[in-house]
Design a protein around this ligand. Structure first.
Ligand code: SF4
Length: 175
């Protein structure tokens, strides 16, 4: 039996090796709350600039999931921007490779105030599995101030949404 046939048979017998789809009501409730609080705090929807500061790409896959047809969070007014100049929040992944430190600092400087930084994933918090490596700085807060940390390796999309909501709660009333 060929390997492909084995895989197909296993999938037919045991089911596909994928996680269940997110609860649509959970996603809607979280995203609606984030958007409402962002409107109250910033006067507009939340715009996020994702910054890969040396991640393994696992965290990026979870960030991308937020924009897939199951989550589709842009329909709730939470947008990803290509430029930090259009962003309210930097969502930073990875332990901060030494070669990315200057780029992260410049990205932070280019983001207009009020600006927020979320360290996403264990690597971004303290280096995670790269901790102590010669090529990394062991966490985003070694380079720029961090407002919120999302633990996990990687965090799930709903964990990211909960962190954004907690951040909006934390900053409400500021400025
Ligand atoms: S936290 Fe895990 S998934 Fe995210 S960049 Fe680090 S090793 Fe990769």
């Amino acid at each position: 039996m060929t390997p492909l046939l084995k895989l197909l048979l296993r999938a037919l017998i045991k089911g596909p090796v994928t996680e269940a789809a997110p609860d649509k009501q959970d996603v809607k409730a979280l995203a609606d709350q984030i958007d409402g609080k962002a409107m109250a705090k910033l006067g507009r929807s939340l715009v996020v600039r994702a910054v890969d500061a040396g991640s393994c790409n696992g965290c990026e896959l979870e960030i991308h999931a937020l924009c897939n047809p199951l989550y589709d969070i842009e329909r709730f007014g939470i947008h990803f921007a290509a430029s930090p100049r259009h962003a309210d929040l930097l969502l930073v992944t990875g332990p901060v490779a030494r070669n990315m430190a200057e780029a992260l600092r410049r990205t932070y400087d280019a983001t207009p105030a009020p600006k927020f930084v979320v360290a996403m994933g264990d690597c971004a918090i303290d280096g995670g599995c790269f901790k102590g490596g010669y090529a990394t700085l062991d966490g985003v807060d070694k380079v720029v101030p961090v407002d919120m940390r999302v633990p996990g390796c990687p965090p799930k999309p709903n964990d990211i949404l909960k962190a954004l909501l907690a951040l909006m709660d934390k900053v409400s009333g500021k400025s």
